[in-house]
Ligand binder design. Structure first.
Ligand SMILES: [Zn+2]
Ligand SMILES: [Zn+2]
Length: 229
């Protein structure tokens, strides 16, 4: 006996974005990544241009420390901000983005990366090529999810290094919100101890402090507090 129809559990992942847990809309079914991921990655890759410049300011010598004292210049080596240095240096933002561009060029049969000059010119050029071709990549490039993840990670690291903030958020569990298709979002939720709301970075669902108890119950599949038994 042959089974002409694939089982639901084999078929289902095809209809999800390969980068986030969203179900693809009817007009997105041919795509590897959803339009929300495409839009977010476009904004992130474009923002990397100015973040790269701002990282230079973070690195500038003589910048006062958080205690208000300028680091003593006589005693070397300084406790330099390693993260901004790494992001701006070899193997940092520019190299990573050029790596993405090169992978896409191979897939598109475009040949090798052009010589654009120094870091700034390379960055400007590669940001433009990536932003312009994100619609293609999300549509047709099977490995786009890894590159979307890399763009998101570079953006998060650069933003954190520029603002001097460390991620103090703690994971609280998987987002229990359901999308239109009835599938749970499943994104890992994180919350800062001082936050007034928990917001899901994937589906956008949010819970105020007074709703956190209900969120906890929903995550554990328990009846909602206060609900009639
Ligand atoms: Zn997506
Ligand atoms: Zn969610």
């Amino acid at each position: 006996m042959t089974d002409a129809y694939p089982h639901d559990d084999e078929q289902e992942p095809v209809y999800r974005c390969t980068h986030c847990p969203r179900l693809l809309h009817a007009d997105e079914l041919h795509r590897y990544a959803c339009r929300i991921c495409e839009t977010r990655a476009t904004e992130q890759v474009q923002a990397l241009h100015s973040l790269y410049r701002q990282l230079e300011t973070v690195l500038r010598p003589g910048k006062t420390t958080s205690t208000g004292r300028a680091p003593a210049s006589r005693t070397a080596p300084l406790p330099v901000a390693l993260q901004p240095l790494t992001l701006r240096g070899p193997g940092g933002i520019v190299s990573m983005l050029l790596g993405i561009e090169q992978r896409w060029r191979i897939q598109l049969d475009w040949g090798f990366l052009p010589q654009r000059g120094g870091y700034e010119a390379s960055l400007a050029g590669t940001v433009m090529v990536i932003a312009n071709n994100l619609p293609w990549a999300c549509d047709e490039y099977p490995d786009v999810a890894a590159d979307l993840k890399l763009i998101g990670s570079l953006h998060a690291q650069a933003s954190a290094a520029v603002s001097g903030e460390r991620d103090t958020r703690v994971p609280v569990g998987e987002c229990p919100a359901f999308d239109e298709g009835g599938a749970p979002c499943g994104q890992q939720l994180k919350v800062s101890p001082w936050a007034m709301v928990i917001r899901c970075g994937s589906c956008g669902a949010q819970w105020r402090r007074d709703e956190w108890l209900r969120l906890g119950a929903a995550m554990r599949g328990l009846p909602l507090p206060g609900a009639a038994a």
